[in-house]
Design a protein around this ligand. Structure first.
Ligand code: NAD
Length: 440
């Protein structure tokens, strides 16, 4: 479809709903064909997307492919490999009180028209990975990219209609007014990734239509470092996880929690790790990203004096560069500890020991991720059993979200619901209970 005047949200939804009603999106063949087309888009136009991601976030091509484009291709391949099995009706045991001639099973029904609202930090992956799940589950989809990553939003708005079935998939670009208008419509599911303030707006709007929501939110993900850990390995992995995308990653380690002696030993190792990754002048490294906009730049530079600078601390507003920064001697109530950092600043907060570290985590909102660096099975077990978080990573930040067989999502303030792989099918389908008793 080619519209010279942008379609109104109500018309977009009505058009997609009409398509859904024809049954066109339901056959497995349609779903597979759409996923293959999306894969073609990513392999044929990956460089267009990478260029847009560089324009929006200073993302290197290596990082753009690894964390957004190839990431989504892997998610598609995993889905294509398993979809038929996931969609198979699942028999359940029939209880004795119904007699012996009754059979029961569950089947997955698509929900209908789904809205996906994406943020700016991984603006391609976080729009497309939910779209993969929504299409695999047989839905029509309205995709709303983030206006704060305008180059990526424009490329997605150009490419998606060129590759996918435009009667079933629509891209609506825009910011608050356009999203507000979309949210007034009735959807069958809303999948939102972003901050909790807007998450509440989304959920309120969804309540009007009794529309279920998935909220992929953020928060402060702690990294506990035990005194027995190999601190050079810890420093390297923390720095990689934290400073990827200039710290603008929802599951980035937000702060380090450790005892004072371990903190002192870790400080120089973190400084070395930053140097090994980005050289002595990260501003000159092609691998180091930039802050999305001046508002976030100003917010982040306001946090730089929350502690003693171990490494970094410098910034340049004209290029929205903030050096990878580690802060020590940070008070638990310092400004940098009052909000999700979402930038390249790693504070180290000290606690006397493991009991206090677990207490520190439990005194705060449930995080999207929790990282634990330890050699002790007992400490691992204690964090697993005594804390709650969206995901838990021992020894390696971020990687759990790259596993398509694991559900990705938050709990409490870090969100509700989850996706990836078969969990996306759960999210974007209704699991229908079916009972069959022969008439004779
Ligand atoms: P953002 O500002 O791009 O907002 C996300 C989306 O919400 C955008 O599409 C935007 O247009 C829309 N939006 C903004 N204001 C709105 C309003 N008033 N009404 C309706 N829609 C509105 O992104 P952000 O929220 O700054 O993203 C950062 C946050 O997202 C962080 O907290 C981060 O941790 C979290 N995050 C979570 C995940 C996850 O998978 N759990 C991934 C990435 C980011």
């Amino acid at each position: 479809m080619n519209h010279s005047v942008p379609e109104q949200p109500a018309d977009v939804v009505a058009r997609l709903r009409a398509t859904f009603r024809t049954g066109r999106t339901k056959p497995a063949e349609w779903r597979v064909a759409q996923l293959r087309r999306l894969r073609d888009m990513l392999t044929e136009k990956g460089t267009d997307l990478a260029a847009a991601l560089h324009a929006d976030l200073g993302k290197s091509a290596t990082e753009a492919f690894r964390t957004e484009i190839d990431f989504t291709v892997r998610e598609i391949d995993h889905t294509l490999d398993h979809l038929a099995g996931w969609l198979r009706p699942e028999p359940a045991p029939s209880p004795a009180h119904l007699g012996t001639d009754v059979t029961v099973w569950t089947q997955y029904d698509p929900l209908g028209v789904v809205l996906v609202i994406a943020p700016w930090n991984y603006p391609a992956q976080l729009l497309l990975a939910p779209v993969v799940g929504a299409l695999a589950a047989g839905n029509a989809v309205v995709a709303k990219p983030s206006e704060l990553a305008p180059a990526t939003s424009a490329v997605l708005a150009r490419l998606l209609p060129a590759y996918l079935d435009t009667d079933a998939v629509a891209v609506v670009q825009g910011g608050v007014p356009e999203t507000t208008a979309l949210l007034a419509e009735r959807f069958d599911h809303i999948f939102y990734t972003g901050n909790g303030t807007v998450g509440r707006i989304v959920m309120r709007a969804a309540a009007e239509h009794l529309t279920p929501v998935t909220l992929e939110l953020g928060g402060k993900s702690p990294a506990f470092v035990d005194r027995d850990a190999d601190l050079a390995v810890v420093a390297d992995r923390l720095a990689r996880g934290k400073f990827l995308n200039a710290g603008q990653t929802c599951v980035a380690p937000d702060y380090v929690l450790t005892d004072p002696e371990t903190a002192a030993a870790l400080e120089p190792l973190l400084a070395n790790a930053v140097k090994a990754l980005y050289g002595s002048d990260p501003a000159a490294s092609g691998e180091y990203g930039r802050i999305i906009n001046e508002r976030h730049f100003d917010r982040l530079t306001g946090l730089l004096d929350s502690g003693r600078t171990v490494v970094g601390g410098t910034s340049d507003r004209s290029t929205r560069y903030i050096a990878p920064t580690v802060l020590a001697d940070v008070a638990p109530d310092a400004p940098v500890m009052r909000e999700e950092i979402f930038g390249p600043i790693l504070p180290i907060v000290t606690v006397p020991g493991i009991d206090e570290a677990i207490g520190f985590v439990n005194d705060r909102d449930k995080p999207l991720a929790l990282y634990v660096f330890t050699d002790s099975d007992e400490t691992r077990r204690r964090f697993a059993d005594e804390t709650s978080s969206g995901g838990l990573g021992y020894g390696l930040p971020l990687a759990h979200l790259t596993v398509s067989d694991l559900p990705f999502g938050g709990v409490g303030e870090s969100g509700m619901g989850n996706y990836h792989g078969r969990y996306s099918i759960e999210t974007f389908s209704h699991r229908k209970a079916v009972l069959d008793k022969p008439l004779h």
